[in-house]
Design a binder for this molecule. Structure first.
Ligand code: PGA
Length: 341
């Protein structure tokens, strides 16, 4: 174990022991490669007048650090910094309600959700609710102008306006105050035949209207088992984002959602997810350059829940989550947001 002024003494369950004098400017940086590595530096304004301390080591689990932090009187000053934050990617957690929740149910949800959010500092996480179109005004209303939670739509038209029965344009969404739009979800690809080039047209419309597209990609189990994982993801990324300038691509959010994990209760392991995310980032780098690729946020989706969010979110290339089932309950959605804080 390395460490400057002996601020590590290998305490309970292997957690770091932190002398009381180090109360100020405490900073943990976590760099995860399936095993945790922790680092901290503590400023020297403490009671003992000791100088700055530093330490680093391996942790088996981020939980240990969080438990430890919660026990310390200066816990409020401790903040876990994930690798994605070090890369300046703000985590983004979105609840995709799919075809659930009418306006009345949404109002009830929002009352509970706002209480949940008030219980912790979630300001380091971008939070998004994605209701059905008809529920959007009720959600906006219940948020009461609070911009701490963004609202997204589940789809948009590839056209501007006109005789396209059943379609909703990006301008209409923007007029309601919508800031995000989920595009290319596997359910839309599967049940409504959406193709990569069709999705590409909608991504361009969304960007032109100032909306943030959440571009969903992911392989089926047959494709994964058949060794096609990388080719499927490469095609979905490159065709979905074809024709975008690097500055436009930087503002897109990608949601990697293995189709076999959606709504099945079967989650990709943290390792499987990280490998896919790292691959997607390499494809983004091929298309838009490394600098742009490092800015693009890649969410994981597929049975993300409070009890697996922490481990998934701890992976260096996982920058958030697109949540289905667990986003339908204010307490479980808030718990996932908390895991990303
Ligand atoms: P799930 O859905 O969390 O219920 O698996 C995720 C999604 O479809 O975005």
């Amino acid at each position: 174990m390395e460490g400057g002024n002996a601020a590590y003494a290998g305490g309970r369950r292997g957690s770091p022991v932190f002398p009381r004098e180090y109360q100020a400017e405490t900073l943990f940086q976590i760099d995860i490669a399936f095993k945790m590595r922790w680092q901290f530096s503590a400023g020297g304004r403490g009671r003992g007048g000791a100088g700055a301390a530093e330490g680093e080591g391996l942790l088996q689990s981020r939980h240990i650090l969080l438990d430890f932090a919660a026990e310390q009187e200066h816990a409020r000053r401790i903040r876990i910094i994930t690798q994605s934050e070090i890369m300046s990617r703000k985590p983004i957690i979105a609840a995709n309600w799919k075809m659930n929740m009418g306006p009345a149910e949404a109002r009830e949800y929002l009352a509970g959700f706002r209480k949940e959010l008030a219980a912790f500092d979630g300001s380091h996480v971008e939070k998004v609710l994605v209701p059905p179109f008809v529920t959007i005004p009720a959600v906006m209303d219940a948020l009461g102008g609070c911009s701490c939670v963004g609202v997204g739509a589940q789809n948009c038209s590839d056209r501007d306006n006109g005789a396209y029965t059943g379609e909703v344009s990006t301008a209409m969404l923007a007029e309601l105050g919508v800031r995000y739009v989920v595009l290319g979800h596997s359910e839309r690809r599967r049940y409504y035949g959406e193709t990569d080039s069709f999705i590409n047209g909608k991504i361009k419309k969304a960007l032109a209207a100032g909306l943030t597209p959440i571009h969903c990609i992911g392989e089926t189990l047959e494709q994964r088992d058949g060794g096609q994982l990388e080719s499927v993801l490469r095609t979905q990324v490159t065709e979905g984002l074809a024709g975008l300038a690097p500055e436009q691509a930087a503002s897109v959010v990608i949601a990697y959602e293995p189709v076999w994990a959606i709504g099945t209760g079967r989650t990709a392991t943290a390792r499987q997810a990280q490998e896919a995310h790292a691959f997607v980032r390499s494809v983004l780098a091929d298309s838009f350059g490394r600098e742009t690729a490092e800015k693009i946020r890649i969410q994981y989706g597929g049975s993300m829940k409070p009890d697996n969010a922490l481990e998934l979110m701890a992976q260096p290339d996982i920058d958030g989550g697109l949540i289905g089932g667990a986003g339908l309950k204010p307490d479980s959605f808030a718990a996932i947001i908390r895991a990303a804080c």
